[in-house]
Every structure is written in C-alpha cells, then in structure tokens.
Design a protein. Sequence first.
Length: 223
Amino acid sequence: MTTTLCEVYRHLFDAFGPQLWWPGESPFEIMVGAVLTQNTNWRNVERAIENLRQADLLDVLALYDVPLEELEELIRPAGYFRIKARRLNNLLELLVDGYAGSLEAMFRTDLPTLREQLLGVRGIGPETADSILLYAGGLPSFVVDAYTHRVFARHGWIGFDADYHEIQDHFQSNLPDDAALYNEYHALLVHLGKHYCRKSKPKCGDCPLVEFLSDGGPLEPEY
C-alpha cells in the first residue's frame, strides 16, 4: 500500500498544510506534555505546563527533586493529576537513573531498546512512548491514536479490529523510515479526525480523502 499511503499524505498536506506539531519549546517540555495529554485536551495541558514554566521546573533534575504533592498541584489543570504526577516521576526515574538526566544520552540509545525501556515505565503505553520518541527525540516511531484507527478503518485500509502494533507496522512497513514524515503524517491525521472524520456526525462529503474510497463514492461510516 506504499503508493496509497503516500497519496493520502500528499492529499492531506495539500488540504491542510504543515501542522507544526508537537508544540513545545524543548524536547523535555514535549516529553512532559506527552504524559500530561493522556485523557485530556491540549488546552488543559498548556495550563499545567505554564505552571511548571512559571516555577522554573521545565528541567529534568529540577522536576525530579520536586515533592510529589507539589507536583500534583502544579499539574492539576491537566486532570488526573495524582496519577499523572506519579507517571511523570516514573519517567523521570528512568531518565535520571538510566541516563543521568541527559535527554541527549537517552535519545542516542538505539530505537528498539529505548522503546522497550519507555514501555517498561509504569503508566507509559505505546502511544505515549512513541510520542516521546518521535516528537521529543526525533526518532522514526510512528504514533498511532484513535484518529489514525478511525480514519483508516472507515476507509477500509485496515480492519476495525486492528490493534496498535498492526497499525503502526502498516505505516512503518510501507513508508520511508523518516521521522519528519511520521511527524507530519500523524499531525495531519489528527486534524482530519478532529474536523472531518469525527466519532459522531462525520463530514464525509467534505473529506479530502473521498476519492480514495474503495467504492469511489461517499463511505457510510461504521462504528
């Protein structure tokens, strides 16, 4: 499906332009955001990150030394703040204990090994791990989310029962091993999923991908 995947990308890029995602002033801020964005919207994450910035805590060792209760209050706007504070601490432990707090050292680790280490951190699942690898580390690990699954399943390019690994492999096996491409592709799919391929009341008639549908006409969404 190499040609189709590239055509999908070109159509989305032509329709939406560059997405400039992931927003963040540093790789560490992006890493923190990847944890905080679980089960909330980005506006709430921005408020929590601003709290950390105002407290001068967007630094690995500084944040690692913050008492858990204080961290909870700082990230409260992101929701589930007690759970997320512990997840951040778990991630910081990997970074400090394994790499002396150096993101540069961490991201020099070979991709399969580092991905397994991230997945071994309690509270870090595949989507968060791949977001850290791709957006903070600039490493070619395709991020799969609900938008990706919905768009490609509705168009018949993957099964509705496809799991995370299957979908990621589908992209990585049929696209160049290019972090910049993966970055932009995922961001474009997020835009498409938010504004067109919505969970309810999708705007199929306006979707830039309608010409790729297998029957050549509007696709009746499946749920």
